[in-house]
Design a protein around this ligand. Structure first.
Ligand code: ADP
Length: 379
């Protein structure tokens, strides 16, 4: 005891409030920030600005760098510098930029493990919110996730994640030129703070509220183009937020992409079973399957009394899962906190246990789903 004390005084051991965590690729990001607060500034300078969000509670520096497509080494060097100097060092711009895949890689088949469209029989049931929750839950399991916002006439994914920067569009150097000599565009997906890749028509418009008019066939074409002409990373999951209902656009997606199976989002209303029957019938007619159902806004738990209210009526879970021939992935409560985070573009921060439950249930069912055999033509 005595020796220890005198060592500390003589400077051999650091004082108790000095950072003690070693900075290695395996260091957990949120533990690092708790130990060395300046690390937050360094990570933000690299665009890894999510040290407080739910994903990084479990993520290591290496996993964070990989997810954001960044080189690990400059991050480790900058963190070590900041630890020594107490200041955020200047970061070279090439170290801040994600490493993109070479466009020539598009010529090969897209390296996406699972393609899962999220569909609802009608609008306003929380399809986009559930898509975002699923993405966050899967990221928390350290998977690579992308969202293709195929709800082109009402795109809301960028708003949920606070994304505003227009998409970077490049001309494909290997593409076939059109009559104007232009090769097809290649989209570089936007990244949320927890490194979910996002493609949305809303990120093409100069302003968030610009109305885009798309006619049916063009709309389906745009979705396909977003899928095929995007420099996605090697994703574990690509979630497609489909337009509501059973119109042309969801039909094309179901028909033309090698999807694994559909997640159906519904609400406990009198009409839910009829709406789900219609959506499920369309899916079955196209020889696709539903992999799971999510009953959103299922109930509300009063924060003061803990009493449970079925605001939109009793659950139709049994009828709905029977019609969809698929299990219930989760029954989600009406959650005012979730709505606040969604409204303020902070979905990366959602920390409800339902996010984990949703992702885990999807992963469990996907482990049993056979991969579709079709191959997709690229461009
Ligand atoms: P859709 O994509 O089906 O049209 P949205 O995801 O845009 O629906 O959700 C519609 C509205 O309901 C949004 O304001 C959203 O924040 C809110 N919402 C969705 N799910 C929940 C929930 N479980 N608790 C509270 N609000 C929710």
């Amino acid at each position: 005891m005595w020796r220890k004390k005198s060592n500390r005084r003589s400077g051999v051991e650091p004082p108790l409030d000095m950072p003690t965590l070693e900075i290695t690729p395996q260091t957990n990001i949120s533990e690092l920030v708790a130990d060395l607060p300046i690390a937050q500034g360094v990570l933000e300078a690299f665009g890894l600005g999510c040290s407080g969000c739910s994903v990084n509670k479990k993520e290591t520096i290496e996993q964070g760098a990989t997810a954001h497509g960044l080189r690990l080494e400059p991050i480790l060097i900058a963190l070590a510098q900041a630890k020594r100097s107490g200041q955020v060092p200047t970061i070279a711009s090439e170290d801040r930029r994600p490493q993109k895949r070479a466009p020539s890689e598009l010529a090969r088949k897209q390296q996406i493990k699972h393609i899962v469209p999220i569909m609802s029989g009608k609008g306003g049931v929380g399809k986009s919110t559930v898509t975002a929750m699923l993405a966050v839950g899967l990221r928390r399991k350290n998977l690579r996730v992308g969202i293709l916002d195929a709800d082109i006439t009402g795109p809301s994914i960028p708003r949920l994640f606070g994304l505003r920067q227009p998409l970077i569009v490049e001309r494909d150097p290997n593409g076939v030129p059109d009559q104007h000599g232009q090769t097809p565009p290649l989209f570089v997906p936007a990244q949320t703070r927890s490194a979910i890749e996002v493609i949305s028509s809303n990120l093409l418009a100069p302003e968030e509220d610009t109305a885009m008019v798309w006619r049916g066939p063009i709309l389906s074409g745009v979705i396909r183009q977003f899928y095929e002409q995007t420099l996605w990373s090697e994703l574990d999951y690509l979630l497609l937020d489909l337009p509501p209902g059973t119109s042309d656009a969801p039909l094309t997606v179901l028909q033309s992409l090698a999807i694994d199976g559909v997640v159906l989002v519904t609400m406990p209303q009198a009409l839910a079973t009829m709406i789900v029957r219609k959506a499920a019938n369309l899916i079955f007619q196209l020889k696709r399957q539903v992999v799971g159902v999510v009953e959103n806004m299922s109930y509300f738990v009063a924060p003061d009394t803990g009493k449970r209210y079925e605001i939109f009526g009793p659950s139709n879970a049994d009828q709905v899962t029977a019609l969809a021939r698929a299990p219930m992935l989760a029954r989600l409560p009406l959650d005012p906190k979730l709505m606040t985070l969604a409204d303020s573009g902070r979905m990366d921060e959602v920390d409800s246990p339902f996010v984990d439950e949703l992702a885990q249930s999807l992963m469990d069912v996907m482990a049993k789903v056979e991969k579709p055999r079709e191959t997709i033509s690229i461009i």
